[in-house]
Design a protein around this ligand. Structure first.
Ligand code: SF4
Length: 464
């Protein structure tokens, strides 16, 4: 998952992009980057490993002049965690700069890359996004919009993109619309961003969400709709609503906060925890779910776990070793809430179970008499091929153990998942969502070795 951002027609665009990326930090914490374009059409770039606040300083932003900027926050799904894979990608292209920020995963990137390498193409990274740059560069069309369209017609999978060619920005969403992308007005300029929370921070006014297949051109802050990229059944990622997006964002036509409350209400109806005296969330993504659970069940809502916000989201960390170490310092139980009580704990989902097992041990050590774990989404039974870093099936707890095995493994008195129907109903209905990681019903063809790109080391293994 990544955060993408574009700014056009706004003075000091790099500073605007910096603030916007700050609001999109939850979408990727491994690297951040901004490319700015000045009035003479020259590009200026700075990329680095780490958080937005770590990568950029006043001095760095002073060296990114111009009224156009493209930004990116990254966490790796396709490609290793190294600076060579950071975005925006910037190349010289027919004597103008071409920069590209991509959110999503291309399911046929490995096949296309093999073909391009056979034809002599040189790749500088192991990221699937570089494939798009090559396809654009190889186009025989004269118009940049046609070059981009030609490239996008060759790729499969998920992309929400901001592309700069010279002083023009293009924004596009794949025709299934897996990942969100929004347009907003800031003064006489335009902003494109993955989530609306970025606009709130900037004081920008939302124009609209880009629909699946939308393709737009932005020149000096002026918007031009281009013919759409084809029509396919919508596959909005339901996990964006369950876990990934910020609760203060609006995505896919819904308030993330409202959907999460509804998930909690459905969960309480399907799987009440009758003898629980208090209910609390695993903060932060499950906060609204616990609120909805409390509303319907009548069980008192409390803050039973306090989260240290300065560590990073365990799910986002790329290696198992990091994950285990960070769980222990990420949460602390509130003994006064828990001691001697039967507690219902609401979480958004269960992936490997590593975090939950550690949490349950902490809650028991804080004196809980009983622990009822309630999950506001169904069991995760398959990997995501569209940009979220769910692990391989053999690492998913729900594919390797029965429900009772998982309950015993986590050490809880009862365990229940929200049904697929319940989750989709809370998200506004069954139609238009991808739920493949919960159902194994993938909306696209999946190649035999779709994770091949993740395992190819970059040619230039640069560490920041
Ligand atoms: S497989 Fe799961 S995480 Fe991936 S796009 Fe579909 S719903 Fe979202």
């Amino acid at each position: 998952m990544c955060g993408v951002l574009g700014v056009s027609g706004v003075p000091e665009a790099a500073r605007v992009a910096y603030s916007g990326l700050y609001a999109l930090q939850h979408r990727g914490q491994e690297s951040a980057g901004i490319v700015s374009v000045d009035p003479d059409g020259r590009a200026h770039s700075h990329l680095g490993m780490g958080l937005v606040s770590e990568v950029f300083s006043d001095a760095v932003l002073d060296n990114l002049p111009g009224d156009i900027a493209i930004g990116h926050t990254r966490y790796s799904t396709a490609g290793s965690t190294v600076l060579a894979n950071a975005q925006p990608r910037l190349v010289n292209y027919r004597n103008v700069p071409l920069s590209l920020s991509h959110n999503g995963n291309l399911t046929n990137a490995a096949e296309i890359k093999d073909d391009l390498v056979d034809q002599g193409a040189l790749f500088m990274s192991s990221s699937d996004s570089e494939v798009l740059v090559h396809l654009i560069a190889r186009s025989v069309a004269r118009d940049p919009a046609q070059q981009i369209r030609g490239a996008l017609e060759q790729v499969e999978g998920a992309y929400s993109l901001v592309i700069g060619i010279g002083r023009t920005l293009y924004a596009a969403v794949d025709s299934r619309g897996f990942r969100p992308l929004f347009l907003a007005r800031l003064g006489s300029g335009l902003i494109v961003a993955s989530e609306t929370c970025a606009f709130d921070l900037l004081g920008a006014t939302v124009i609209r969400e880009l629909e699946p297949g939308d393709f737009v051109r932005i020149t000096d802050g002026q918007l031009e709709e281009l013919p759409p990229l084809g029509s396919r059944p919508r596959s909005r990622c339901v996990f964006e609503l369950v876990y990934f997006s910020r609760p203060d964002s609006q995505i896919f036509g819904h308030s993330v906060d409202r959907v999460r409350r509804e998930l909690g209400r459905h969960l309480a109806r399907e799987h009440p925890a009758d003898d629980a005296e208090v209910v609390f969330s695993v903060p932060d993504s499950a906060n609204a779910m616990a609120l909805g659970f409390s509303e319907v069940s009548g069980i008192k809502l409390e803050h039973g776990l306090i989260r240290n916000h300065y560590i990073g989201r365990t799910f986002i960390q790329p290696s198992q070793a990091h994950r285990v170490a960070k769980v222990r310092i990420k949460f602390n139980p509130v003994r006064e809430v828990i001691d001697g009580k039967s507690v219902a704990v609401v979480d958004d989902s269960l992936v490997r179970g590593t975090t939950s097992k550690g949490l349950v041990q902490m809650i028991r050590a804080a004196g809980a008499r009983k622990v009822h774990l309630r999950l506001a989404s169904p069991p995760i039974i398959g990997p995501c091929h569209y940009g979220i870093d769910t692990p391989n099936p053999e690492e998913l707890i729900a594919t390797t153990r029965s429900l009772d095995d998982i309950r015993a493994h986590l050490g809880v008195d009862s365990l229940a998942y929200l049904s697929l129907e319940g989750m989709l109903s809370a998200a506004g209905g069954e139609n238009g969502y991808c739920h493949a990681c919960f159902s194994n019903q993938y909306p696209t063809h999946i190649p035999d070795n779709p994770i091949q790109l993740r395992q190819i080391p970059p040619l230039i293994p640069t560490h920041a």
